[in-house]
Design a protein around this ligand. Structure first.
Ligand SMILES: Cc1ncc(COP(=O)(O)O)c(C=O)c1O
Length: 498
């Protein structure tokens, strides 16, 4: 299978234009703290006042605000619709695959999906039904190329990786303990760990500039992890784990097996758990690039502290189905998670559907995956061309559902406040994107663009984004893309509305 192939080194940063000269962007821990402080200010500014009805914990939950959540909240009440709401918001901020509804509709309405038996209507094993854990173990053994068959008893199924993050943090950490994470990272993990369990993420900032021959943008190395761990200890924190995403969100980076092995050894040396989130493992759409799961490693450095997450939200474009899985050999962890499982279980009928889907190899290999990859590749090329036409640099990685792009030249000054202002302007122009500080990026000006949507949505999203940038940000010079916009995609430019 494709996943087993070796190869595919680091993909380059595509730079289509020199970045506009500006003061050296901050790349240190200080910058990371600045981004956190802008976020904190945003949260405070918009938080409702204290409620007498709630506990301290209830109040802090109610008052919590984040940028990703704010963008999404505005989108759900004003979604773009071709006929019903053409002035609504285009969502290029949430990492969802909206390209395969037809394929999924066909498969999920097949008669084998409609099955009822008493066990599906009753409470199930809190780790998930045995039949589903068997199918998941077989599925992961095959697609992760595990050297030996994975065991169903080592699988936990919950309603999404979000819940798994929350539950794992609760059982491996005490309140105020910390987990290391390189930045930028999928920012919602902050809430996953903090809201229930009061666990802190300790950031290891990665630089957006490559700093040597063997380096690349946002390059994670063991040296950086060592440094981060040392700093966390100096701050008096108890660090319990490291979180890694492979393929990465938001960088879409795929680590080589050697890199991943070195990270696992770092964790073993320091007695840290490692939670490896492989939720995008099948979302790699260039055959020349291969992904290697941690579950393919012959002999893990520390199997008792290595935990691998996967789910259906990304690879099967089923974020609404709410299914996430964990594979771990650690029995104590499995037992502790089983206690929390009943708060996070998946409905019986959905467990049945997921089992049918995951064991239908013919549909997966011959229909869904090839077509999904073809569509993702086309959507990625479209967005990449649009960014290139605007002279915007981006990380060129053929994986995941988004592109990490460098919009620093559109900032009037290099600050997180300015980045936030730009993000808000996009939102005012009815496009949700995700700005770097929502991912705790240490350099202001990076944005994540999700491309896995219908072509006409992408076109309109890009059109609104480009129109705003062209007319409102004087540092941008794009006569070529102006022409393309006016003649190319059938939307009228109206200066008045900007
Ligand atoms: C890296 C990563 N992990 C986990 C999740 C959440 O997954 P789920 O939908 O299974 O809760 C996301 C969603 O964006 C993600 O990008």
């Amino acid at each position: 299978p494709e996943l087993a192939a070796v190869g595919g080194g680091a993909a380059p940063t595509v730079s289509t234009q020199e970045t506009t000269a500006m003061s050296t962007p901050p790349t240190s821990d200080e910058a990371c703290k600045m981004s956190q402080s802008v976020l904190a200010t945003l949260m405070c500014a918009q938080a409702p006042g204290r409620s007498v009805y709630l506990s301290n914990r209830g109040n802090s939950l109610r008052q919590h605000r984040g940028i990703l959540q704010e963008g999404f909240a505005q989108y759900v009440v004003n979604k773009y619709h071709d006929t019903n709401n053409p002035d609504g918001i285009i969502n290029m901020g949430t990492s969802e695959n909206k390209l395969c509804y037809d394929l999924l509709y066909k498969r999920l309405t097949h008669p084998d999906m409609l099955h009822i038996d008493p066990s599906l209507l009753q409470y199930s094993d809190s780790r998930g039904h045995a039949f589903l854990r068997e199918v998941v173990a077989e599925f992961l053994s095959h697609y992760c190329c595990s050297p030996n068959p994975l065991k169903p008893d080592n699988v936990v199924v919950m309603n999404g990786c979000t819940s798994l993050f929350s539950c794992i943090a609760a059982v491996i950490c005490d309140p105020k303990d910390a987990i290391l994470i390189p930045t930028p990272f999928y920012g919602a993990i902050t809430e996953d760990l903090h809201l229930y369990s009061d666990v802190k993420l300790f950031h290891v900032p990665l630089d957006c500039e490559a700093d040597g021959k063997d380096s690349r943008a946002f390059h994670l190395t063991v040296g950086k992890l060592e440094e981060g761990l040392k700093r966390a200890k100096e701050e008096g924190l108890t660090v319990r784990a490291l979180i890694l995403m492979n393929p990465h969100n938001p960088l879409a980076e795929i680590y080589t097996p050697e890199e991943m092995f070195a990270f696992l050894e770092f964790c073993k040396r320091n007695e840290l758990h490692v939670i490896v989130d492989e939720v995008y493992m099948l979302t790699v759409f260039d055959k020349s690039v291969s992904f290697h799961s941690v579950l393919s490693v012959d002999s893990l450095p520390d199997p008792q502290r290595t935990h691998v997450m996967w789910g259906l939200s990304k690879d099967f474009a089923l974020s609404g189905i709410r299914v996430g899985t964990l594979y771990t050999e650690n029995k104590d962890l499995l037992e502790a998670l089983a206690q929390l499982g009943s708060f996070h279980s998946v409905p019986g009928s959905t467990q049945h559907q997921v089992a049918q889907l995951l064991q239908d190899r013919e549909w997966i290999d011959e229909q869904f995956l090839p077509e999904n990859r073809r569509r993702l590749k086309a959507a990625h090329s479209y967005l990449a061309q649009e960014l290139q036409s605007m002279g915007i640099s981006y990380l060129d990685r053929p994986a995941c559902l988004y592109v990490w792009a460098d919009l620093r030249k559109y900032l009037r000054e290099s600050s997180f406040e300015e980045e936030l202002a730009l993000w808000r302007s996009f939102l005012r122009h009815k496009v949700v994107l995700s700005c770097g500080q929502a991912f705790f990026c240490s350099t202001p000006g990076w944005f994540r663009f999700v491309f896995a949507d219908q072509q006409h949505h992408l076109q309109l999203g890009q059109f609104r984004t480009q129109r705003f940038l062209m007319y409102s940000r004087p540092c941008c010079k794009e006569p070529e893309s102006k022409l393309r916009l006016e003649s190319g995609c059938g939307f009228q430019i109206s200066r008045g509305s900007i």
